[in-house]
Design a protein around this ligand. Sequence first.
Ligand code: 5GP
Length: 203
Amino acid sequence: MNNRGMLIILSGPSGSGKGTIVRQLLKQRDDTVLSVSVTTRAPRTGEREGVHYYFKTEQEFERLIENGELLEYAEYNGDYYGTPVKPVEKCVREGKNVILEIEVQGAEKVMDKREDIVSIFITAPSLTELERRLRRRGSETDASIEQRLKIARWELTRAFRYDYVVLNDEVPLAVERIQAIISAESMRFARMENFILEVINNA
Ligand code: 5GP
């Protein structure tokens, strides 16, 4: 079997529920890990260094860009977010699936750079529901919520770049849909080619 893990991009507007979905998914799959991003955004209450993000100054972030240490990066709502390339490569090489929970601009950079990815766009049933979820989260100011909704509208217009669109009406259902995608993707010929060769050679 092809021993490399899958690189899975998971995007969706702020409030689409992707964080919750990823946490549930990771509980169900021990062959899958989440890439921990670097950001210049301030930590929210309860967020821990190295678990939710690596928190950096702008200067530190710029150094990571200059040294080529990021697979992608983007500016979102006035802050920088980026994916450290080394841990991603290491995990994929070791056969683990790696999830990149990233916004649309960064996702498109990865899509333009590599072919071996599975990309999934998560959406809430409506913008009204999105706003309700953002307000319930209570972590953002009114201005930040307005800004995030504006970005959300734009992000929805980029959904066509993704391989799959998953509706998050209910978290367990959304997780099930993503499980189905991972399952089908793992059976693509490119990922089964080595297995077929083994079967032929051991005949
Ligand atoms: P938040 O501030 O809510 O944690 O994240 C804001 C947005 O940045 C979310 O859409 C999240 O998926 C995205 N994001 C988190 N990490 C990265 C990253 O490494 N690269 C990019 N391009 N976006 C990221």
